[in-house]
Design a binder for this molecule. Sequence first.
Ligand code: ADP
Ligand code: MG
Length: 935
Amino acid sequence: MPPAAGKDPRDTPAMRQHAAFKARHPDALLLFRMGDFYECFDDDALVAHRTLGITLTERTSGLPMAGVPYHSVESYIKRLIDAGVTVAVVDQIQDPSEAKGVVERAVTRVLTPGTLVEDALLDEGRANTLAAIAFLEAGNGSSSRVALAFVEVSTGAFSLSDCAADDAPDELLRRGAQELIYAETATGERPPRLDALAAPLGIALTPRPAWQFRAAESLELLREHYAVVSLAGFGLDEADPALPAAGAVLRYLRETQAMHEEDALDESSRERFRHHIGDRTLAHLAPPARETEAGFMRIDAASIRALEIERTIRGDAPSHGARTEHADGSLAGLFATRQSSCKTAMGRRLLRDWLCRPLADLDAVRARHACVAAFVSDRRLASELAEQLAGVQDVPRIAARVALNRASPRDLVGLGGSLSRAEAITALLDGAPALAAHHARLVSVVDALQPIARDIADRCVDDPPAHLRDGGLIRDGVDAELDEARTLQRDAGEWLARYQGELIERFDLPSLKVGFNKVFGYYIELPSAQARRAPDVFTRKQTLKNAERYITPELKAYEDKVLGAADRAIAREQVLFAELCAAVRARAAEAARYAACVAELDVVRCFAERAVWKGWARPEMVETPVLSLGNLRHAVLEEVLGNECVGNDCALGTAHGSPDHPSLSLITGPNMAGKSTYIRSVALAALLAHAGSFVPADTATIGLTDRLFTRIGADDALHRGQSTFMVEMVETANILHHATNQSLVILDEIGRGTSTLDGLSLAWSIVEQLAGVGVKTESVDHPAPRTLFATHYHELTTLAERHAGRIANLHAEAREFNDQIIFLHRITPGAAPGSFGVQVARLAGVPDPVIARARELLANLSVSHAETERIVDGAPLPAAPSSAIAQLPLFAAPDDHPAVAGLRELKIESMTPLEAFDALRALAESARATSEPRA
Ligand code: ADP
Ligand code: MG
């Protein structure tokens, strides 16, 4: 009924209720249950209208409203979350028919990007991770550190770490954090240092009151949650700088799971609220596990992107030719193909994690390889395990939903089936030495899980209903009370038929029917034409177009009994379901250990499938920084091209202190010849090996790698948009600062994004530095990481002669044939004979006259090129006469390479080509002057 004119449309009981919840959750969009709809009001309605495209109406004049039907609310919630909107769900916690006045409501769930548990809202192949960050008060600027806590409420995983503030974005991206909580400042703002750090992340940032990050409060909360007097039992130092972040995370989870919502309700509603959400706990959360940086290979987010580990750079389109059946062109995609894929959801998530966080611990890596080898050699074992794993569902996520009291009957039955495999899987591993550790882990949980699995199988039907309210989960014969209620319902058909027969006979009404419908219950129906003849005991209930419906006292009594029985049956099933859930909850820790072990087995088995399918080799992992690969293929290209993929060798690094192979290789060759592919294939092989996989090569010896850097020059990284050269240099600076003798550095066309001379000089100086022959700083020797440097700067190839033993030349072979070029994709020793640019242009369809003119120019420019050769071939040079470089500081600060310092001074834009050449000459000389003493 429209309100009286002038009355505030928000001044109604329901809207006052709405306002109270909104005040409690000001940053969330409220989905307010009204009948069969969830409604949004005011600004929320506008947001919902914009985000979901649903119709905007008015509840009463001046009150915007938009709603979605309750049964499809999840798909709308998903879209809201994806759009970065936090959603608070307000449910009716009282049966509307019992309500006197406005129906009681409560917030039953707050959904944020990092706290999802609902199956429909999650991607089964990806972790849904919430992170908390705390800035540690030590030093300032780039030396500052942060503590991080990561939690997956959907699986119960919980870990702590800390790292340099500069590394935090990489760490967050690598861990796939979808949401980051932080302490807001006293004035309720975002701390400036967070802004700097979070800018490149593109994840949800959620402010929390600063007190929630206080050490004392966090410690108390954690002790209370785990019911311990000290966290020391979990191997945690109670002064651990990451504990405040852990406490903040836990508090946030409780809030988003609406565990504090009853505080907002009055006494009378609380009981109803508790009944409504039931036994909701976070019992499945594992104790926070401390992680250290040691033990893992460090690989930053830019490298993960450049190597297309998780997804291809250009979105989901594969970057190499055609799409194969399943592979998406990323490295992870290789392990989702018909021939090699994980069987379980947790395996798929773990595989992604392993690829993004490879190990840097010799024993741990070797142990994984041994597991893979076991499945490679025992194919029967592999296929039998695969068969078992195919019956294992997403155990950690189901266990989480059980803990939070939102599991469905199908979840429970799926869990039972998954746990029931434990025994068979354990038996399979018995006797495989490489899998002894896994076997022992399974043995330690199998006895705890078997009874639950058996109980679930004994009590629940094999094909359960979607919702408990539908009934039919518990088998007959399990519970006497349930059976009795069911019998009553089942016999209803018979009873009704008999009753109908009696009525027909007694009143001689052959068209009489007895029926049932959900809204009106049981009824007796007569065609309108016979309605006159209805006896007095019939009471009219409903009039239809051609019929009349009646009820009798006898039928009414029966209805009460049957309908009561249906309710009783459902209630009884709920109790039995809750019992089973409680049993699962009591074994949450064992279920988590089982799931973790199964996930690992699944991944190593999947690695083994690929190794067998494509003939990958088990890498020999060694301490010394070498990298030796025979017939190495690019892992993804091999999948796409099959036999057409050309294999190459790689030999980098020095073994046992003696110069075996130079640690740096320069790869030259024409465009499209295979340079980028080659250096990436090396990076991928190293990464795969450290992740525990075999590698796409015939032989492999790989020195343990502490960090992997991959940089793609500006020209090759068009996808990144604008200021690519700056990005490239920032990333290069990072490498020069952080690479060690144990690192692997892959550089592709670095220095390309600027003018030729700038770029060449930079590339030159960077190569020297990475080869360990650059300007020496302080007393420490330069690290010489294993480095592959693909470049089109042909001039760099002379470096190999100057620093033989440190730098080697490789080139991608190409043949000229009838003025065409043929790429062999073969990488062979020595420098490329030329760069074939004009031929490539011709191949690309540049018109003939332009090509002809270019050839002419090339011939002329070769004269100048000879000049360049003189600069770089090490011959004595004439003194630099030009005034353009007179101010070039040859004696720069010791920590700055004079060549680089000189470059900084250059004003290329105001120089003539000749002056530029002179400047380059002086730079080269200064570079040589400082590197000579080391030779
Ligand atoms: P470059 O970096 O030298 O310009 P790329 O490495 O980008 O060349 O290679 C160009 C194309 O050549 C690739 O997209 C791929 O299709 C093909 N290619 C490269 N290496 C191989 C190889 N080893 N085997 C087969 N095809 C290759
Ligand atoms: Mg390239």
